[in-house]
Design a protein around this ligand. Structure first.
Ligand code: GLY
Length: 348
């Protein structure tokens, strides 16, 4: 019996060491007594002009108003993201980036609660509010639906077919096409020498897309919400990036990559999905928050890890909210009952 207990302790110690933990690791910060002051923070994606923060303010206002009506924080975050999905200036829902063929838009979205509930969709097509579909997935036995199955699920949930393309998304794709054909040095490293013609997997031929022979950026919209009752909710939505084959999935719908929530707060990222995925960025940032880091230090730590690789983060905790990015970024945060927003100045 004693030997079994000793072996158990040893296994526990080894497990702690292999996770880089020790008895000296910072203790989790004590959570303040309830009720808390409700708050919300929203971002419009790394690289989004900061003067578009008016869109983020609107998302924050809608999230807080939804919360004030008694909604769960995750539903308040969804309501905020819907506002950004309807704003064609952001790469989510209406205005989402077109993929390499210049026609296809594929949409990813995810939601998470501080109780650990999660729902996500990937490579969804022709849906106005992907975040609403991700929220519906949270009420199924699944965590993630992809592609045609996800789109059919959206229809079953009452989402009518909807064309998310805009003149601006078509113009952005034309600019990208010019850069690809010119082997422009501003293209991301992996794409300068990648022979996409050999990997072409769109329905229309590459020649039809005009690809026979600023901005390939990836941005996303996100909202994180703190409820007065001590719960958090977070939601993300993205059109991904144009430099992708059909079926590419980034960080947004992957648990712990683009977003994470727990009893200490919520984290939502934006930027190059592949790098965010490799870093399990949101989960690891949340762990720092839970270990006692401030929201600002958590956001800065996440950006420092991937600095120069196109990265932005918003963080909300029991007491604070913060954002950081390695490029300009539209974002806004506000506490309930305050008329003051945190974040860049917005267009009137
Ligand atoms: N961060 C969005 C994406 O890479 O898809």
């Amino acid at each position: 019996m004693m030997r079994g207990v000793c072996a158990g302790v040893l296994v526990f110690l080894c497990a702690c060491q292999s996770r880089g933990e020790s008895k000296d690791a910072p203790r989790p910060a004590a959570l303040p007594a309830l009720p808390w002051r409700a708050a919300a923070v929203a971002h419009g994606g790394v690289g989004s002009p900061p003067d578009r923060s008016d869109g983020c303010r609107k998302a924050v206002d809608v999230a807080l108003a939804t919360l004030a009506q008694g909604a769960d924080p995750v539903d308040a975050a969804v309501a905020g993201v819907r506002v950004l999905e309807d704003d064609p200036r952001f790469n989510a829902g209406t205005g989402a980036r077109l993929r390499l063929d210049g026609k296809t838009a594929q949409l990813d979205a995810a939601v998470m609660t501080s109780a650990g509930r999660f729902g996500a969709v990937a490579a969804l097509e022709n849906v106005r509010h992907p975040v609403q579909v991700a929220r519906a997935v949270m009420d199924t036995p699944h965590l993630l639906l992809v592609g045609e199955g996800a789109t059919a699920f959206a229809r079953a949930m009452g989402e009518a077919p909807y064309d998310v393309t805009t003149d601006e998304s078509r113009a952005k794709w034309q600019d990208l096409r010019r850069k690809l054909l010119a082997h422009d040095p501003s293209l991301p490293e992996g794409w300068r020498d990648f022979d996409y013609r050999r990997a072409w997997n769109f329905q229309a031929a590459a020649a039809e897309a005009g690809l026979d022979p600023e901005d390939a950026g990836t941005d996303t919209v996100g909202v994180a919400v703190r409820g007065a009752d001590g719960r958090f909710g977070v939601a993300l939505s993205t059109g991904g990036t144009s430099l992708t084959l059909r079926g590419r999935v980034g960080d947004v719908p992957i648990l712990g990559a683009g977003l994470y929530a727990g009893p200490h707060g919520a984290v939502a990222a934006t930027g190059t999905g592949e790098r965010i995925l490799e870093a399990s960025l949101a989960r690891r940032s949340y762990d720092r928050l839970a270990a006692g880091a401030t929201a600002a230090a958590t956001a800065k730590g996440a950006v420092d890890e991937l600095r120069g690789k196109d990265i932005g983060v918003i963080v909300i905790s029991a007491r604070e909210l913060a954002a950081d990015a390695d490029r300009p970024m539209a974002w806004a945060g506000r506490e309930e009952g305050s008329g003051e927003y945190t974040g860049p100045a917005a267009s009137p």
